[in-house]
Design a protein around this ligand. Structure first.
Ligand SMILES: [Zn+2]
Ligand SMILES: [Zn+2]
Length: 380
């Protein structure tokens, strides 16, 4: 290994940060003020401005942990690479890593929040080229159960006029102006989260005319780009003349990779084509005690579902049926027999049509599963 004689290579002019970063192997440098620095040209001096900028951009966000990324002005990284290759220096911290650490330390000090590189609540991109900081927040997942009155659809539907394009009929939203659980939840959650980018997952569905009684039907909503990360356990939203109420709400630790299956109790009001006899009722009770039924799904494999119990009473042709069914078994088809066998129609040997049904109790089977759970969130 040949000795490096000072002066054998032209001395680079570097600021104290950039010279300090080159390690013990490096030859002495001319230490100069930042703006004269060969590598950074003074960019490192703007670190305090950057973490002040980041602090300003972070103000609307609620977070516990953050990460910092850095974009350098064009040429900075290249000049450091050039210097290191000319002087055969390796292994030292790069300017990018150093700047990210300095910005992170500044943010940590002013906010008291911690750095988490793997799963930060918010990621801050410090763009030193433009002198700005961009904040993106990790999505949150909220679980809750809703109840609803009759006359409120579960999901918002596309506008019938424009089919989603936006028109005067739908005030440019692309969605039908009609009460829905989804619309009610969106409005409320926007207020809690400060973001309207939401994706809903429902554990089953019901009719617009169905009432959903407590404890309610579970749902999960992913809110992207949230400013706030904690939503209330309970809240209500006025919809039309009624109330959509949410309870049992909680933040999930991360995106669920598996959603529980469920079973539900329903009260069905139906009409038979001919008078229902007491023997028919007894037959219904006997046939649907933990019975399996097959649901032929078009373009899909048939689904085998469980009917746990059926209790029915008849007055002439009118029937009221209390049933407990597996999630995914459509109530109306279970009554009419369309694609479902055995069905109420099949057992009573007379055509039965469902007029309406209410959801009385939804019970989850199994648990949510999550891909990755941060250790510090298991305490919640
Ligand atoms: Zn420098
Ligand atoms: Zn429209």
């Amino acid at each position: 290994m040949k000795d490096r004689v000072p002066g054998a290579v032209p001395a680079y002019k570097l600021c104290q940060w950039c010279s300090g970063r080159q390690g013990a192997e490096a030859p002495p440098f001319d230490v100069v003020p930042g703006r004269e620095c060969f590598v950074c040209g003074g960019v490192l001096d703007s670190v305090p401005q950057m973490f002040k900028m980041a602090g300003r951009r972070l103000r609307p966000y609620e977070f516990r942990t953050f990460s910092v990324g850095v974009t350098l002005p064009v040429g900075v990284q290249e000049r450091e690479d050039e210097l290191r290759s000319a002087l055969k220096l390796k292994g030292g911290e790069t300017i990018k890593v150093q700047m990210a650490k300095l910005v992170a330390a500044g943010i940590s000090e002013s906010t008291g929040k911690k750095v988490d590189k793997a799963r930060p609540d918010v990621a801050i991109l410090s763009d030193f080229g433009r002198g700005d900081a961009l904040v993106s927040s990790k999505p949150v997942f909220y679980y809750g159960k809703y109840t609803k009155p009759a006359g409120v659809a579960q999901r918002r539907a596309l506008c019938g006029e424009c089919r989603g394009g936006g028109c005067s009929e739908c005030k440019g939203t692309g969605f039908k102006v009609a009460p829905s659980v989804e619309e009610a939840l969106r409005t409320k959650l926007l207020r809690f989260a400060g973001s309207d980018r939401m994706v809903f997952t429902w554990l089953g569905s019901e009719d617009e005319d169905s009432r959903v009684f407590p404890p309610g039907r579970p749902f999960v909503v992913e809110v992207k780009g949230p400013k706030k990360r904690q939503f209330p356990r309970k809240f209500g939203a006025r919809v039309g003349g009624g109330l959509v109420a949410v309870s049992s709400g909680r933040m999930l630790p991360s995106k669920p990779v598996r959603i529980p299956s469920f079973r539900f109790k329903t009260t069905i009001r139906a009409t038979a084509a001919s008078k229902v006899q007491p023997e028919g009722i007894s037959e219904l009770h006997a046939r649907f005690r933990r019975a399996t039924v097959t649901f032929e799904r078009p373009n899909n494999r048939p689904a085998v579902k469980m009917v746990y119990s059926v209790r029915a009473r008849a007055r002439g042709r009118a029937l009221v049926i209390d049933a407990e069914l597996d999630g995914g078994l459509p109530v109306k088809r279970f009554v009419s027999g369309e694609l479902v066998s055995p069905s109420v129609t099949e057992v009573l040997k007379t055509e039965v049509g469902c007029r309406s049904f209410d959801i009385c109790k939804v019970r989850e089977i199994g648990a949510f599963e999550f891909g990755e759970i941060a250790r510090d969130e298991e305490k919640n």
